[in-house]
Design a protein around this ligand. Structure first.
Ligand code: NAD
Length: 243
């Protein structure tokens, strides 16, 4: 099966029946100007939520803002680097101030894709852990007081882990370790925040054809890419393909 067909095997979601589902809820999506985060933001907007997108890519922010506007949506956009705690605190504070002092949902989707192994240097580890792991903690710490104010039980957090957290993959020491850390961090957060009724979960997607994945795999030759796609176990969670 071709790569194109493989990545088109997605269920069609009915969006018409959920229009009011998140009406009155304030949602922050990090990494929301691209890929999974962008689609998450769009779906929350479709479902009636007030959405704030945090991202560091100004071009992607501009394009997403335009795209959403053309679709009739007007979320807030903030240039926030999740690895910078001061920026997280300030950005979340602005969102809460503009929305009655509350935040209901947080989706942590921002990522630094760093696929290094034997060649990994301190800088690779430092940035990977700062964005992918500490960034999640920074955002949860920043949102927590506003979720408590919103009543706790009404609130939830989703941290984007990866199938890479659960299976060995070649050349992924840095990325996979950070995703494994997100799974552990999420469990600890869920325990601590349950006292306030705030739910914390992680998701471990398989391969999803996003600009981020494209930029990483785009570095590969067509032959290498075909070899990877013909070995389904390389992408954990991807539907197994019978040859
Ligand atoms: N695409 C996949 O196949 C796949 C599979 C499993 C898990 N995931 C996870 O899903 C999440 C989203 O992945 P994607 O493929 O949509 O990526 P993507 O690269 O398309 O989008 C990520 C966004 O995060 C932003 N970002 C990067 N660093 C940031 C920072 N420091 N602060 C704020 N924003 C920052 C980027 O500018 C980008 O807009 C990631 O956590 C990724 O690990 C993706």
């Amino acid at each position: 099966m071709s790569a194109k067909k493989l990545f088109n095997m997605q269920p069609v979601l009915d969006e018409s029946s959920t229009k009011e589902r998140f009406k009155g809820k304030v949602v922050i999506v990090t990494g929301g100007a691209s890929g999974i985060g962008k689609e998450t933001a769009r779906r929350f907007l479709n479902d009636g939520a007030t959405v704030a997108v945090f991202d560091i890519n100004d071009d992607a922010i501009r394009n997403t803002e335009l795209e959403f506007k053309q679709a009739g949506f007007s979320p807030m956009f903030y240039s926030v680097d999740v690895s910078n705690k001061a920026e997280c605190l300030s950005g979340v504070g602005k969102v809460a101030d503009a929305n009655g002092g509350v935040v209901h949902y947080l989706v942590n989707s921002a990522v630094y894709f760093c696929f290094e192994a034997l060649q990994a240097e301190h800088e690779h580890w430092a940035k990977t852990m700062a964005v992918n792991v500490e960034g999640v903690a920074n955002m949860v710490q920043s949102c927590y007081p506003y979720m408590v104010k919103a009543g706790g039980k009404e609130c939830g957090i989703v941290n984007m882990a990866s199938g890479s957290a659960h299976r060995a993959q070649t050349n992924r020491w840095t990325y996979s370790t950070s995703k494994g850390a997100i799974v552990s961090l999420t469990k600890c957060m869920a325990l601590d925040l349950s006292e306030q009724g705030i739910r914390v979960n992680s998701i471990s997607p398989g391969a999803i054809w996003t600009p981020g994945l494209r930029s990483v795999l785009g570095l590969l030759t067509r032959t290498r890419l075909r070899n990877i796609l013909e070995k389904p176990t390389y992408f954990v969670g991807l539907v197994k393909v019978q040859k």
